[in-house]
Design a protein around this ligand. Sequence first.
Ligand code: FES
Length: 256
Amino acid sequence: ELEVMTPAGRFTLQPAPGLYAAVVGGSGITPVLSIAATLLAREPSARFCLIRSDRTTASTMFLEEVADLKDRYPQRFQLVTVLSREEQQAGLPSGRLGRERLTELLPALLPVAQVTGWFLCGPYGLVQGAERALRGLGVDRTRVHQEIFHVAEGAGTEPVAAAPAHSTVTVRLDGRGGTWPVQEGETLLETVLRNRPDAPYACKGGVCGTCRAFLVAGEVRMDRNFALEPEETQAGYVLACQSHPATEAVELDFDR
Ligand code: FES
């Protein structure tokens, strides 16, 4: 018998009419395949353009499932594949999909300004390159959703500030509270997990956003953040798995 969390995360799409597009790399296809399949099945007037980057055909995940979508919705599903380490007989030349290439490629593939929602998913470099390309093409940030896989250690890490010698974290989680001392060097999530094993987390790497909590009082320093949007951090949310206390007392609310 397993106790599991409900699905979490905000890399989702409520099916609605319109044109949607995704730029994915490697295993970044995983959530996007479901998003595209659900959209096309539920919303007869929606269209989806999938731009995927993989090393070779042999290493491409969900090759058949994506080909099935193409067969089922030939008018509404557009598939563009770029292989970085193999030439294709037909289609685009091989190479990496970076900002410059996407800046040229995207306007040639689809009417960029008409895309209702963009879904970027894959390794940090690809997602960051795609995001910059879209920004350069004038796409509003609110239309761009991203989920990052595999962040290299050290990427996005902020300089370490001096931490207070003794600090405590007070937590509200599922309606119950507690206050515990934070041990030297540990993240607030680690402190919480020692006392409340039911605290939410998944990646512990600052990319999934599952450990999001509202900072009620005190200050924290985050090692890195690839999950929260600027509006969320401005509103006071932090990633517990990346947070270290910057004041002697910190209070987090996981229920908000
Ligand atoms: S557990 Fe994934 S961002 Fe903290």
